[in-house]
Design a protein around this ligand. Sequence first.
Ligand SMILES: [Fe+2]
Length: 295
Amino acid sequence: MPIAIRGITPSFAGEVSGIDITMPITKEEVAAIESGMDKYAVLVFRDQRLTDEQQMAFSRNFGAIENAYGGNITKPEDKRLAAGMNDVSNLGKDGKPLGLDSRQRMFNLGNMLWHSDSSFRPVPAKYSLLSARVVNPKGGDTEFADMRAAYDALDKETKLQIEGYVCEHSLMYSRGSLGFLDYTDEEKQMFKPVRQRLVRTHPVTGRKSLYLSSHAGAILGMPTPYARILLRDLTEHATQPRFVYAHKWKPFDLVMWDNRQTMHRGRRYDETQPRDVRRTTVAGDTPTVAQAAAE
Ligand SMILES: [Fe+2]
């Protein structure tokens, strides 16, 4: 059976069949997936029993794997997974759920805020691929918002107003909104804000989208309270149910999304039970706007 993509909704999120991504895939299959990503922005692959090595090999079909440096407070020696894999589980190195008071766990709760992966990096991510190895018995859906449709639905005045805006993104803004305010000097240096355009254009389709993220905490040239109200307002607009697909995980689902045209968030789940989901991230190739000169 050849590869096929069926829309879960007419224009957002598709389900892929007729492919085994644990094996090397052909150039034609890579092209079909890329074009499915351009159309649907989120693709679901069911029943793919991937190892970490296979997940990384599949991801590399779409670009280099992003360097994870600076994306978390977890120290290298405390990491459960090998380089190239992002641990989105609630597990410690011993394979057991982290304590509810674990700083690592609390920091990772930021994944439950709407965001686009790595928007806090000067060159933000292209795709993310999340593989469910152990599904939590309760909750834990991942929701995706279509930022192209959200942009299209803005009124003309707002589109004109925000066209040239440049935001500052930092992990300290997203975590700060959860009351997570204490960082070491090293962490502060690592989480220094970067600049991102608020309206970005997809390099293949030419469609515009709202580039929002909970990491965005300022707009250049605007007093912070005004900027934050505008960002909240736009986020509220962009995450209305009509723009959202909620993925209910089954074991060995792999969901792949385009961070350049979507936001996502995890939903709460039973933290005492394991949830083992592992992400690979395909690096972007260009910044959305020039960065500030280094100090
Ligand atoms: Fe994420």
